[in-house]
Design a binder for this molecule. Structure first.
Ligand SMILES: CC(C)(COP(=O)(O)OP(=O)(O)OC[C@H]1O[C@@H](n2cnc3c(N)ncnc32)[C@H](O)[C@@H]1OP(=O)(O)O)[C@@H](O)C(=O)NCCC(=O)NCCS
Length: 232
């Protein structure tokens, strides 16, 4: 018999938004109970993931998302159907007024952002000590970001790079374009309040200024950011 796994409540960063911060050591004991909440495609994908920790994060992310949305929309989690845009961003199928959502998984964490008023993107990344030295990573920086990073003391670079990276990923995930975008054409720097500020996006419509980015506090070894559209 399947045990009832309580739906996580989450934090509300503003009206109509919810952020679930799921810590894998606490979620792992529930994996067997979360499995039946997944759809057939999700189970296939989880089975194909070679690494156990990738599969575990995938199961937790998708089952907890279904559980939260099912409760919010008053339907069984298993009955929800998903579609994706042409860049792979998932959304609920056939429910145009349903909340927007996005999820991210890395290291010990799965983050799920849900927003009832518009598109949202979230990204979490494990901070690796050599991040700022890896050429592949540096190739995603705009000239302004590169300049800022190079001026920092070496000891601060990995963390600063991880922070820049999750800000850019949260943004491209919010706009739904993901890694199809050339990240060098997007520049996100520290604003006057020390928080992230979108300096420019070469491809964006004039409404680019409507996007808000919020650095999320997770723990010392992870960086995370949330992006959404709105003024508050
Ligand atoms: C989504 C993407 C930004 C990956 O981010 P990542 O740091 O590796 O992984 P994260 O855990 O943060 O996010 C993955 C989740 O983002 C979501 N996602 C997938 N495509 C997305 C998109 N275009 N926009 C927003 N979210 C997306 C999915 O829910 C995915 O979760 P799942 O794998 O459990 O289904 C990136 O893989 C991507 O853009 N994929 C789309 C395919 C693509 O454009 N490929 C080009 C390869 S160069």
């Amino acid at each position: 018999m399947t045990a009832v796994v309580q739906t996580p409540v989450g934090d509300s960063l503003r009206a109509g938004s919810t952020l679930l911060r799921l810590h894998m050591p606490e979620e792992a004991p529930h994996l067997d109970d979360l499995w039946p909440l997944l759809g057939a495609e999700e189970r296939d994908r989880a089975r194909r993931l070679a690494r156990c920790d990738d599969a575990a994060r995938y199961i937790v992310g998708h089952a907890r998302l279904r559980q939260w949305l099912g409760r919010h929309l008053r339907v069984a989690p298993q009955a929800l159907r998903f579609a994706a845009n042409r860049h792979g961003k998932p959304m609920l199928d056939g429910l145009p007024c349903a909340p927007c959502f996005n999820l991210s998984h890395s290291g010990s964490w799965v983050l799920i952002a849900i927003d009832e008023s518009g598109p949202v993107g979230v990204d979490v990344e494990t901070i690796r000590p050599n991040m700022a030295q890896i050429d592949d990573f540096r190739a995603v920086l705009s000239p302004e970001e590169q300049h800022w990073l190079d001026r920092l003391p070496a000891a601060e670079r990995a963390q600063a790079f991880a922070r820049t990276w999750v800000r850019k990923e949260a943004y491209v995930k919010a706009i739904g374009e993901g890694m199809s975008r050339d990240l060098r054409s997007i520049s996100i720097i520290d604003g006057s309040d020390g928080g992230p500020s979108l300096l420019y996006d070469d491809n964006a419509e004039p409404t680019c200024g409507d996007w808000r980015l919020v650095d999320l506090t997770i723990d010392d070894s992870h960086a995370a950011c949330l992006a959404y559209r709105g003024n508050v």
